[in-house]
Design a binder for this molecule. Structure first.
Ligand SMILES: Cc1cc2nc3c(=O)[nH]c(=O)nc-3n(C[C@H](O)[C@H](O)[C@H](O)COP(=O)(O)OP(=O)(O)OC[C@H]3O[C@@H](n4cnc5c(N)ncnc54)[C@H](O)[C@@H]3O)c2cc1C
Length: 493
């Protein structure tokens, strides 16, 4: 496992076999020549159905598409990067890949945190970012029809202009794409009330590994015809097909949210407040936690003026017409759970500032040390305090800085292990603590990933969570869609 800790992109062990290092030198040149010839053949076949500007082959340029934001995960060197603009162009890429047996790695904005969009050696990186049109917004049907490269925030603003709301809001919403959100089944800050991406994907257009176009799901309010293949694609990390279109559910725009911040002397006290809020039947539109390390990191990065003496800061918000009353009820519950201060935002603008501080958390923690590994363990809310206390214990035992921010209302924690990969011992302790956090999550009845996906980073842990039968069924599903194993190989399993 320590193997994955390099900060520089490296060969993916699941890719095509490489020359044996013990082989004599003279064999290298013909191998390289053969490799170059097959790359040339691939480029020519791609160009037979694509405009020249859609195919990037300069190694310096293609190398820049090798990784997502989990830059320490293993990555290979792409043979080409393709930036299609139409469904037909995507179909051409997949037909070519199948004919030549070349792996394909679909990519959105590469903000993923698990290496799921990392290139494999000799692959075609298929970046969908230029397919970025919003094709339809219907207030009557409450749907948007989009191409996969639409940026989440662009869609959110476009539907808001028509009095509508697309809830899934990952903190990376200004960069990440709808295709990537579907690929990872991403969540965000508002999920405690509105749920995750899966709840909003009604139908999909998907190009299969052999180039055929599959249409799944519906644009109706209801529909149960056949198996729910749409849902199967959500969170499949580009391993079953390439999403080229999506029908997304929308809601009427709620009032803007009002927020409060509560300071606690311990993470456990903040978690007790979270449980009390849920038990009281309140439905906040946001219930987020930042530990002391996160608060300080955010202040250092964004000069946000958050209270640095707090052990845990809880942010709650409501987007109801009676938000002040709901916030007053939360304030009371926080005080009863031991909050040392509860500060309601003055207005919507101040509430938005608090949200910005929370959105900044991962970036701020990443700035603390040369490298970070971001865990994503989700536990039942009732076990959240044990999760946070256990994580502190793991940090102490491994002598490491681990900051935690959490979608507390969902029980979804992001312990961020901060380390220096140049220090071998620290890097080893970092990986060990990262694993210990996942083990703790599973022991509390949780999952190794609430929203970031498995990718390369957690595939060794998937089997532990699914068990042998679960794993076998999932592998059979993969084979049914991708019998040649060309779609995003080396990810998930
Ligand atoms: C600062 C920061 C904050 C973040 N906050 C959150 C958060 O709050 N919640 C959250 O869930 N995530 C969060 N993330 C993680 C990341 O932004 C999400 O996983 C996001 O959904 C990835 O979108 P992307 O467009 O960057 O996709 P990529 O990273 O490019 O790809 C992600 C996966 O989707 C696949 N994929 C992409 N496009 C397609 C397609 N068209 N068809 C098939 N497969 C495809 C890829 O193969 C890959 O497996 C955060 C990341 C950062 C850097």
């Amino acid at each position: 496992m320590d193997d994955d800790l390099s900060t520089s992109p490296r060969a993916n062990p699941h890719d095509t076999p490489r020359a044996n290092p013990h082989d004599a030198a003279p064999r290298e040149e013909p191998d390289e020549a053969r490799h170059e010839a097959s790359r040339e053949a691939l480029l020519q076949a791609l160009l037979d159905g694509l405009p020249a500007e859609a195919v990037l082959s300069d190694p310096q340029v293609t190398a820049s598409y090798a990784t997502d934001m989990a830059s320490f995960c293993a990555a290979g060197t792409p043979a080409a990067v393709v930036l299609p603009r139409t469904v037909e162009q995507v179909q051409h890429v997949l037909r070519t890949a199948t004919a030549l047996r070349v792996p394909v790695v679909p990519q959105g904005a590469r903000t993923g945190l698990s290496g799921a969009a990392n290139a494999s050696d000799g692959c075609i990186v298929l970046s969908l970012v230029k397919m970025d049109r919003i094709l339809e917004i219907s207030a009557v049907d409450r749907i948007a029809v989009v191409e996969p490269g639409v940026v989440n925030a662009v869609l959110s603003r476009a539907v808001a202009a028509q009095g509508l709301y697309y809830p899934p809001d990952p903190s990376s919403w200004e960069q990440c794409t709808i295709g990537g959100n579907i690929g990872t089944a991403s969540g965000g800050l508002c999920c405690v009330k509105y749920g995750v991406t899966a709840e909003y994907v009604l139908g999909l257009d998907v190009v299969l590994a052999d180039g055929r176009l599959l249409r799944t799901g519906r644009r109706t309010a209801k529909g149960v015809a056949g198996y729910d293949i749409t849902r199967l694609f959500v969170g499949s990390e580009g391993s079953l097909g390439v999403v080229v279109g999506a029908v997304l559910g929308l809601r009427p725009a709620p009032p803007r949210q009002l927020a409060l911040a509560a300071e606690f002397p311990s993470a456990a006290a903040a978690c007790a407040a979270v449980c009390a809020v849920m038990e009281a039947g309140l439905t906040p539109s946001l219930l987020e936690l930042m530990d002391r390390t996160t608060v300080r990191a955010v202040n250092a990065l964004g000069k946000m003026g958050l209270p640095e003496s707090t052990e845990a800061l809880l942010l709650a918000a409501f987007d109801t017409p009676h938000a002040p009353d709901d916030l007053a009820a939360v304030a009371e519950l926080c005080t009863a759970a031991g909050a040392t201060a509860v500060v309601p935002a003055e207005d919507e603008a101040e509430s938005e500032l608090l949200l910005q501080a929370r959105r900044m958390s991962l970036t701020a923690l990443e700035a603390l040390r040369p490298a970070t590994m971001i865990d994503d363990v989700c536990v039942p809310r009732s076990r959240l305090a044990e999760m946070l206390d256990g994580t502190s214990e793991i940090a102490r035992a491994h002598d490491l800085l681990i900051g935690v921010c959490a979608h507390a209302g969902d029980g979804n924690t992001h312990p961020v292990v901060c380390f220096d990969p140049a220090d071998e011992d620290e890097a080893r302790r970092a990986r060990s603590s990262f694993d210990a956090i996942m083990a703790l999550g599973l022991s509390l009845g949780g999952t190794i990933t609430g929203e970031h996906g498995v990718g390369v980073l957690k595939k060794d842990w998937l089997a532990r969570e699914l068990g042998p039968v679960g794993l076998e069924v999932q592998r059979n599903v993969k084979r049914a869609f991708d019998p040649l194993g060309l779609l995003n190989p080396g990810k998930v399993f």
